[in-house]
Design a protein around this ligand. Structure first.
Ligand code: 5GP
Ligand code: ZN
Length: 313
């Protein structure tokens, strides 16, 4: 009993010390960032740094870390996350230009001990992978800096020689105005910007006979409480223009997406629900009707269709 008591007291005295010791332990990656620890550096800018892992899965295993300490992904500020992924793109491009000749690569981020994070400073792994490569070594298998440094030098040299990336074209800030005929080249750009490349491929395969122009949100407001919903109407018109009469599922999806877009733009569902009611419940555009807004396509099968869009030239 006495022994138990002494042990208990010792535990009470030692435990806080152990906790403090753990908390005050210097962060390994902060040490590398500060230059207090050696690291086979590959890249550095004003937000992030990249160096080779001391326990590489394969040669060229890079870790990209934020310069400012952040425990995990969720603690990394958004601009720094961008800097990490931008760096990853360039470093992978550089690795591919070296004689490392990897068949593939992994981008991996472990967050939290449960997810396998062993260093509590956020880091993005770039791991070159090979077809038929041997099984992984244990994490304790460390590589000397002398062995890492030539690999880092190769990647640094390839990075320095990397051509500048072509800047991504900006999103079209303004859609063509209502009633203006939109050329196919512009339609392609719009499809790309709005993630509608499947629709573009369909248009390219079989272009509608009439040119496209949007009339906005037919019968509805293009602007509501100072917020424009023209984009929603424009994209909806484009989907209908590219569609065939009889593509019932596509039509329903296009209508549902219109409602979603309107709700998102207005940050409220009220208008979207009213429109849904008008188009789908109170309206006449039933899915089973042979009439379609696909006015860019085949001649309408049934003249005298009752939807307002049928009156369009
Ligand atoms: P995690 O398991 O936390 O996702 O990955 C930690 C990574 O950091 C492993 O690839 C491990 O080999 C590497 N690492 C751990 N300590 C050091 C170190 O002191 N220097 C370097 N360069 N890498 C380290
Ligand atoms: Zn740190």
């Amino acid at each position: 009993m006495f022994r138990f008591f002494v042990g208990f007291i010792a535990l009470v005295i030692l435990l806080p010390g152990a906790v403090v010791a753990e908390e005050t332990q210097p962060c390994v990656f902060c040490g590398i960032v500060a230059g207090q620890r050696e690291g086979a550096t590959v890249y550095r800018d004003d937000r992030v740094m990249a160096f080779l892992s001391i326990g590489p899965r394969n040669p060229g295993h890079v870790l990209i870390v934020p310069l400012l300490h952040a425990a995990d992904f969720m603690e990394v500020p958004p601009g720094t996350v961008h800097a990490m992924t931008d760096a990853a793109r360039r470093i992978v491009a550089a690795i591919k230009r070296t004689d490392l000749q990897c068949d593939g690569f992994q981008l991996q981020m472990n967050n939290g001990v449960a997810a396998g994070q062993t260093v509590p400073h956020a880091h993005l792994h770039i791991i070159p992978r090979y077809v038929g490569e041997p099984p992984p070594k244990t994490p304790e298998d460390r590589v000397s800096l002398a062995e890492l440094e030539p690999v880092a030098a190769k990647i640094r040299a390839a990075l320095a020689a990397l051509p500048a990336e072509t800047p991504e074209p900006p999103l079209p800030s303004a859609l063509p105005p209502m009633g203006e005929v939109v050329p196919l080249s512009r339609i392609k750009e719009i499809c790309a910007a709005y993630g509608m490349m499947d629709l573009w491929r369909k248009i390219e395969r079989d272009p509608p006979v009439r040119p496209f122009k949007s009339d906005g949100c037919t019968g509805w407001f293009n602007e509501w409480k100072g917020i424009s919903i023209y984009q929603a109407g424009f994209l909806h018109d484009l989907k209908y223009w590219a569609g065939y009469p009889g593509e019932e599922v596509e039509r329903l999806v296009a209508d549902a997406e219109l409602m979603n877009d309107v709700a998102r733009l207005l940050k409220s569902t009220a208008m979207a629900e009213t429109m849904f009611h008008g188009v789908r419940m109170g309206g006449t555009d039933k899915l089973s009707a042979s009439f379609s807004w696909g006015f860019g396509r085949k001649p309408l099968e049934r003249a005298g269709a009752t939807h307002p869009a049928a009156a369009k030239p």
